[in-house]
Design a protein around this ligand. Structure first.
Ligand code: NAD
Ligand code: UGA
Length: 358
């Protein structure tokens, strides 16, 4: 069928010994960037995304158009759909899976807990069930989150620190993902790498994230709310630029050792790794806002509010020495430089949405 031809052609690697990668959440923010980079360097890439309406679906469609122009086909489907997933693995011998599909967002978990269970727990298990039975077994790299550190008060966060105090249901499902992945590695010999991203931002970003809707609201002269810690202390994030995260994702794929199992049996010991992919320089949210004011040349209407008990943590700060040593990961973009690129994209994208209509 036409659909199958599109999948096969998208999966074809141009580079000799190129990977063949299934990217879940391909029309998401990180998925779009990772897919484009993989395709550009000659890997075969097939995307999968359910185009859910957690945020602006038009933006997901625009990313899909961008991917289509680069030769990446995005299959529309859910990671919970066992039949579809098995069909994809029957059609294509994926060497790697880059699993980015998830219900993201920390505060939304208060409103819609079920969507976190659907994608981050049930869908997560379904994906690993399919991967463990695939022949050959793909190496899996997936997105965990800095939120697993929860109410940890030791900074910077390193991989060996405690992760037993999640502050939100989102964080709890990300932490559960790490435990689930570990059992699939242990029992079935799947090669698995978890990447704890730290508040990733950049062009084609997520409209539900603060840097994005602050930009929108500042330009529209609408008020923004800035959360503060106790005694008016600042809340900070280790904001990490998308290109740096993409480098880390590609290095994780490239250093993943082959799985040792196949067809659901463990044949030896495969690797299980978890890395922080942060920026190592936390910035207060107030500073994020002042950089945006400067770049947009508009003064923000700010309202300071005490940090609500909605799953937020007061600060995040990555220790990246493990990723540096083992993946050669080295973030190079500071917040102001990265936001400049985001704002340029934002103004361009929102000035003419037709550019990306398919
Ligand atoms: P995103 O929401 O833009 O991308 C996720 C994509 O997955 C979306 O396009 C969505 O439609 C799709 N999806 C969701 N559930 C699905 C399902 N059940 N089946 C198929 N597709 C589904 O988010 P993002 O910022 O690109 O995040 C990618 C990954 O990184 C997620 O796992 C997220 O939790 C994690 N992460 C992101 C950040 C960040 O700051 N952006 C930080 C830490 C972790
Ligand atoms: C982000 C992503 O949304 C999560 O999916 C991801 O897992 C997480 O990073 C992570 O690093 O693991 P968050 O850091 O909360 O979560 O990102 P934003 O929602 O963009 O918030 C950034 C900062 O702005 C936070 O300190 C938040 O408290 C603050 N904020 C947010 C405000 O001050 N006002 C608002 O109206 C919204």
């Amino acid at each position: 069928s036409y659909w199958e031809r599109r999948v096969r052609s998208s999966a074809r690697a141009r580079a000799r010994a190129g990977h063949v990668v299934l990217v879940t959440g391909a029309s998401g923010f990180v998925g779009t960037h990772v897919s484009l980079h993989l395709k550009r360097r000659g890997d075969g890439v097939v995307g999968l995304d359910n185009f859910n309406d957690y945020y602006d679906v038009e933006l997901k469609r625009a990313r899909q158009t961008l991917l289509g122009r680069a030769g990446v086909f995005v299959v529309e489907g859910d990671i919970n759909d066992r039949e579809l997933m098995e069909k994809l693995f029957d059609m294509v011998a994926f060497t790697h899976v880059m699993h980015l599909a998830a219900q993201a967002g920390v505060r939304y978990a208060m409103k819609n807990p079920a969507s976190y269970v659907h994608s981050n727990i049930a869908g997560f298990v379904n994906l690993f069930e399919v991967c463990k039975s695939a022949n050959p077994q793909p190496a899996v790299v997936w997105a965990s989150s800095s939120s697993v550190y929860g109410l940890n008060s030791k900074v910077p966060f390193s991989e060996k620190d405690r992760t037993d105090q999640p502050a939100s249901l989102y964080a709890a499902t990300k932490k559960a993902g790490e435990e689930i992945a570990h059992t699939y590695n242990h029992i079935y010999g799947l090669s698995i790498t978890g990447l704890r991203f730290f508040t990733v931002y950049g062009p084609w970003g997520r409209p539900d994230m603060a840097y994005y809707f602050f930009t929108q609201h500042i330009l529209q002269r609408k008020q923004i709310e800035i959360f503060e810690g106790p005694q008016h202390s600042s809340v900070s994030r280790d904001f990490t630029y998308i290109d740096d995260v993409v480098e880390g994702c590609l290095a994780a794929l490239d250093t993943a050792k082959k799985s040792t199992g196949s067809g659901g049996t463990k044949k030896g010991s495969a690797q299980f790794r978890v890395y922080n992919l942060g920026n190592t320089s936390p910035v207060p949210v107030t500073k994020l806002v002042s950089i945006l004011e400067k770049l947009l040349k508009v003064k923000a209407k700010k309202k300071l509010l005490p940090m609500p008990r909605n799953g937020d943590v007061k600060f995040t700060h990555a220790n990246i020495s493990l990723a540096q040593r083992e993946l050669g990961y080295k973030p190079t973009t500071d917040l102001e430089t990265g936001l400049k690129k985001f704002v340029k994209w934002y103004l361009d994208y929102h000035s003419d949405l037709r550019k990306y209509s398919s």
